[in-house]
Design a protein around this ligand. Structure first.
Ligand code: PLP
Length: 411
């Protein structure tokens, strides 16, 4: 296969993803919907299958061999995530159901402990609904105020405006590391430092960052970092909440139930230590193990190489798409991840999506769970191609050709 980039061994990598060999509508699948969820390598599928085939058992309280093996595998997965993020302790890694689960946990626990009437919470214009709605619900409950950092026409976070919004009333800042709609990579280290100067806590939504770039939570100095496994080669239904130990210790638990307790009487319950305090009930054991397999797979290729290859894909696709008449790119930040959102004059994104699906090409169309961002650009939605490291230059050529055909049919 002609790849025109030699940063990674694409031919062998693509063989690791069984789904990439299938046909859709009679054409070889071209999967450009990685922002929604990535495909899974055989190593991840095999790890999940091995768990259910040979190790399936409930964790933590069992004394029998299977339970101990399952517990060891699950806790080893936690250690893998710890090293992936460069967290100080494995107890700072909480397994959740995903980014949305992690953010709702934080809204509930931080809300109970730290948010009062008149307090302010800052987010940005480019947040996913899952980093908007939990804060709106909390503000409504507590009488707190939600403030929103504007962006410029290129889709970049406006640092000056952020500084103007920060005040002694700011209790929390929650912003995305990478925008799922625009691809913008936000200067989160600077955002965190400025928020800390005002004594605010900072949450970073890393759902679109961890699949593409190295994240070091200690270097960033974020208080909390959240992401989903399924966008970074892992299974659905599992995600991570990283939090600094002292802050997590200080927060009340989210849900009550098994595993999160130390002792229970009808008079009083005492809570378990980290990380179990935030993990009530039987978790997604296979999911945690699958996530660790995904991290191992990414590490084997090298996250720096993944990033470099995806950067080439984005540059090439951007250059090619700009040559099509009537194209408007939404999101032209200087620092961008491999997301290409666009509109074509005189056409509707969903018509384009439907036509190129007939040619085996999967892109996403709509508001991408960022309706306020669509309002900012005064558009109903976009067509979005989002690339992963297993995508090729040749696939982009086929996509551009298909796009031209679709436009011809529609105009
Ligand atoms: N945040 C961002 C930036 C996202 O892109 C997404 C999903 O698209 C989410 C949060 C929500 O992730 P999940 O649906 O896996 O909880």
């Amino acid at each position: 296969m002609e790849t025109k980039t030699n940063i990674i061994d694409l031919e062998s990598i693509r063989k690791d993803f069984p789904i990439l060999t299938r046909k859709v509508n009679g054409k070889p699948l071209i999967y450009f919907d990685n922002g929604a969820t990535s495909q899974k390598p055989q190593a991840v599928i095999a790890a999940i299958e091995k768990y259910y085939t040979l190790e399936n058992s409930n964790i933590h309280r069992g004394i029998h061999t299977l339970s101990q093996e399952a517990t060891e595998a699950y806790e080893a997965a936690r250690n893998t995530v710890q090293h992936f993020l460069n967290a100080e302790h494995s107890k700072e890694i909480i397994f959740t159901s995903g980014t949305t689960g992690s953010l709702n946990l934080l809204a509930s626990s931080i809300g109970k402990k730290h948010i009062n009437q008149g307090d302010e919470i800052i987010i940005s214009t480019m947040e996913h609904h899952s980093n908007i709605v939990p804060w709106q619900m909390l503000c409504e409950e507590k009488g707190a105020i939600l403030k929103v950092v504007p962006i410029n026409d290129k889709g970049e976070f406006l640092m000056n405006e952020f500084e103007n919004l920060l005040s002694d009333k700011t209790k929390l800042v929650s912003v995305t590391h990478v925008s799922n709609t625009l691809g913008t990579i936000n200067p989160v280290k600077e955002i965190i430092a400025k928020a800390h100067q005002k004594g605010a806590l900072v949450i970073i939504d890393g759902a679109q960052a961890v699949p593409h770039t190295k994240v070091d939570v200690r270097n960033l100095d974020c208080d909390f970092y959240v992401f989903s496994a399924h966008k970074m080669l892992g299974p659905t239904g599992v995600g991570i909440l990283y939090g600094k130990e002292s802050l997590l210790n200080d927060l009340p638990p989210y849900q009550g139930g098994g595993d999160m307790i130390k002792t229970v009487t009808f008079e009083k319950t005492t809570y378990n230590e980290l990380p179990h305090k935030f993990e009530a009930g039987t978790p997604n054991i296979a999911g945690g193990i699958g996530l660790a397999a995904a991290i191992d797979y990414m590490n084997k290729i090298g996250v720096d190489k993944i990033e470099a290859h995806e950067h080439e894909l984005l540059s090439y696709a951007t250059k090619e798409i700009k040559q099509i008449e009537g194209i408007r790119i939404i999101g032209e930040a200087n620092n961008k991840a491999s997301v290409l959102s666009f509109l074509v004059d005189g056409t509707h994104p969903s018509d384009i999506g439907m036509i190129i699906d007939k040619l085996g090409i999967a892109i996403r169309t709509g508001h991408h769970c960022t309706e306020p961002l669509m309002d900012r650009f005064d558009i109903p939605g976009t067509a979005r191609a989002s690339f992963a490291f297993y995508n090729t230059i040749e696939e982009i050529d086929t996509f551009i050709h298909a796009l031209k055909r679709a436009i011809k049919m529609l105009l």
